[in-house]
Design a protein around this ligand. Structure first.
Ligand code: ZN
Length: 147
């Protein structure tokens, strides 16, 4: 029952990705790719006074990678840069199985990706956007080390 609901959320974000934009002005060198599936993403963020005011993405890929980028952009937009960074790291730990999936309960609609955390082959699809965003954030914040 929940699985069906989650599937619906996922497909809705795949068909109508939120915060999707034409980012052709960003050089191709900043594309993040998941070669195992063929997913590719560019991300652009803007921030004002340490608050992430917009997260835009251009995603070409499967339903999971596109939906994950869309859900992520909605969830993290408007948060403090350092909080965004913490959330990304927590999400990656959940997806990698280093934290239980019930930790996704605080991630709003991203909970629909809980099932994906059990599928190692789709892990890179689900986390691609998050790695790309973390890269953007690290460009913004200096003196940060990855976990
Ligand atoms: Zn994929």
């Amino acid at each position: 029952m929940f699985d069906e609901l989650y599937q619906e959320i996922l497909m809705d974000h795949y068909r109508h990705p939120r915060n999707a934009a034409d980012l052709s002005h960003i050089p191709d060198s900043r594309i993040h790719e998941n070669p195992t599936c063929g997913d590719a993403i560019k991300i652009e963020i803007t921030s004002v006074n340490e608050m992430v005011t917009s997260i835009q993405h251009e995603t070409y890929g499967c339903a999971i990678s596109t939906a994950s980028a869309s859900l992520m952009s909605e969830y993290l937009k408007g948060k403090n840069v350092f909080q965004v960074q913490e959330e990304i790291i927590k999400f990656l730990k959940i997806m990698r199985g280093e934290l239980p999936t019930d930790n996704l309960d605080t991630f709003e609609d991203l909970v629909c990706l809980a099932g994906v955390a059990k599928l190692p082959v789709r892990l890179k699809c689900a986390t691609l956007a998050w790695h790309a965003l973390l890269d953007c954030i690290l460009h913004l914040v200096s003196g940060v080390t990855l976990p």
